[in-house]
Ligand binder design. Structure first.
Ligand code: HEC
Length: 184
């Protein structure tokens, strides 16, 4: 009896090893295929958990949110972020769509439900193994808060165009890829 149990365990272990070896041999690191639902869910859950944990500590003080700080965030966004996220932040640029994971709309519910603190942390530190750069050495903390405020102004349910909503921003032109849509 004990013998048979041992044999069954050996067969199961061999089967698991075989499946694992098959998986490794057939795995593909091409970024072309659409990321699978299972892989995406798993990666998102892990990402959210790490971000939540990282933002428990003290963050640099946030400046007051004003129309002017959002407008400055919009200009910075054009310089730093539009190349991947698109100028309107909602329509990813071709480069963003080719990344793995794909760049998603910053106006989506998933992004908009993140707190200011979480967005600040992501923009400052980036997300490892995803292509999202950390901007700690590119922008100062005040600028990162301004970018945070701009991202939070992109809610897809906002019916007013960002440029119209914040008059200070209307004269600004996108500096790179124009995602289209929101800008005249
Ligand atoms: C080189 C391309 C690239 C640039 C430039 C870039 N990002 Fe990202 N960003 C990404 C990718 C790819 C992701 C998706 C990461 C993920 O899903 O785990 C991402 C994710 C994010 C997220 C988290 C929400 C989400 O959809 O996963 C925020 C917020 C964000 N970016 C804001 C910004 C801001 C603000 C800037 C400019 C300061 C910026 N990004 C610049 C590629 C970029």
């Amino acid at each position: 009896m004990r013998h048979r149990g041992g044999l069954a365990a050996a067969v199961i272990i061999l089967a698991v090893l075989f499946v694992a070896a098959f998986g490794v041999a057939h795995a593909n690191i091409s970024a072309l295929p659409e990321p699978g639902a299972f892989e995406t869910t798993l990666a998102m859950k892990a990402r959210d958990w790490y971000i939540r944990r990282a933002t428990r500590g003290v963050l640099p003080p946030a400046p007051t949110k004003t129309a002017a700080s959002i407008a400055t965030g919009r200009t910075l966004f054009g310089m730093d972020c539009a190349s991947c996220h698109g100028q309107n932040g909602r329509t990813p640029a071709p480069i963003g769509k080719a990344m793995y994971p794909r760049v998603s709309s910053l106006g989506s519910h998933e992004v908009q439900q993140m707190s200011d603190r979480e967005l600040f942390w992501v923009i400052k530190n980036g997300i490892r193994l995803s292509g999202m750069p950390g901007f700690a050495h590119i922008d100062n903390d005040e600028q990162i808060w301004q970018l945070t405020y701009y991202v939070h102004s992109l809610d897809v349910h906002t019916t007013v165009k960002p440029g119209k909503m914040y008059p200070g921003a209307t004269s600004l032109k996108p500096t790179r890829q124009t995602g289209t849509g929101d800008l005249e």
